[in-house]
Design a protein around this ligand. Sequence first.
Ligand code: ATP
Length: 341
Amino acid sequence: MSSRRERTLEVEGLQVSVGDHLVAVQDVSFAVARGEAVGLVGESGSGKTLTCRAVLGLLPESGEVDSGRIVLGDGRDALELTGARRATWDRVRGVRLGAVFQDPASYLNPSLTVGHQLTEQLRVKRGSSRGESRQRAIELFAEVGLHDPAGVFHRYPHQLSGGMLQRVLIAIAISCEPELLIADEATTALDVVIQAEILRLLQRLRESHGLSLLLVSHDLAVVAETCERILVMYGGQIVEEGPVDEVLGNPQHPYTQALMGVATIGDWRRRRLEVISGQPPAAGERMPGCRFAPRCAYASAECLAGPVPLTEVDEVRSVRCVLHASIAERRAVGTGREVSA
Ligand SMILES: Nc1ncnc2c1ncn2[C@@H]1O[C@H](COP(=O)(O)OP(=O)(O)OP(=O)(O)O)[C@@H](O)[C@H]1O
């Protein structure tokens, strides 16, 4: 588990609100160890993007971190990001923290060549000379799998495909050797072949650069293939976490079980999550107990008694469900009811 490994990121008790003080992310705690790939999954609106954006200091204008701690690095390199000033963010974002998102074109300037944009990053963030940064840019373009990197250097964003643009963005994101790369739905818009190539590239970069990865995806298959650990979010909270194989192989939270149900185990690879019946709570919706209770076939009065903490099941797994032990028992003896899905 990550506690025995050097930490790249620690998020503790994070609460984020949006709009008119609507709590959209609450009590979110997790860590990413050095070189580890952690996947963040959940339905649309569950708070995945706001969690990542809080870590990156890029919340929307109406968004705010109400409480909690975000610490980048470990030991002597540990840096508290909560409440950091702009100058600190300038030193961290793009340097110790890299990010890639779903729509790479919108993060590039259409009127500058991609080579220019990468060299600017190297010049501004690393203080490299013009010649050094040009040479390094071409090396980085080659490293992210762009053919004819010297030719690509002179291209404008509109001259490149979506997959090529995502590679350019990855080259920019890793150019300053960050400790952590956040990839928020970075392969969602790409076709499956390109998606697989980009995921392989991220794996390779993890190995060659000792990079930690926080990968947000709707797609359980993407996380299963790429990550060691998974965080399942529901209604702004983490409801289950643990090693990917164990969580997907034997989900403990009824929501994770339902996700696996709709994704049809055995034939779910490469499928996107489909919608589970019922609606998740909206941002800011106050609920007395478990936020999944209205959609859960196991729900009882106990579930509504008060806030449900994320509880350790064993050394490596945690679940936010007061009934998880009895549900696991019922499932083990084959009498568990199926969750409505
Ligand atoms: N700028 C904003 N203003 C108001 N509400 C917002 C804003 N950004 C996010 N929210 C709300 O916060 C909640 C969490 O949103 P978030 O984008 O983090 O979810 P997500 O899990 O990343 O979803 P998706 O997979 O669709 O990106 C949602 O209810 C969303 O409507």
